[in-house]
Design a binder for this molecule. Sequence first.
Ligand SMILES: [Zn+2]
Ligand SMILES: [Zn+2]
Length: 153
Amino acid sequence: MPEKFTGRCECGAITYEFSDAPEFVANCHCRDCQRSSGAVTGSYFSVAEDDFTLLSGNPKGYSYVVASGNTVVRNFCPECGARVFTDHLSGFPGQVFVMLGSLDDPERIEPPIMEIFTRDRISWTKALDVPQFPARPDAAPGSPEESAPGGCG
Ligand SMILES: [Zn+2]
Ligand SMILES: [Zn+2]
């Protein structure tokens, strides 16, 4: 059996593991990710809730409605403040979205397969050579969903 994937917050109070190699890996440029992560883009991947195990720590969950109208819970370490994962997403039930930078070995997973909410991209960040979506990838071009105020989750 392959070694489990592991990760942690900056101070190490929160640690987690999961088994299955993530298939959905994305760079999200939405304003919500920019603000909640403090970075120019949010890089994250999804793990099935059943596969995600918190090994230590008591993440503080911040629940709110993102611009898309969906509810999410951003989980961060109350000690060091690192945003580690997002769960209870009304738009993606059963999935946990884990911040890529929290992995102990980020090189072990495949690179992003898409970039989303590129309409909020900070102009000096370069596009990766993967499909680019101005909003959510499931929003049809020109549809109200594509032009509605967005935020992933
Ligand atoms: Zn911490
Ligand atoms: Zn986002």
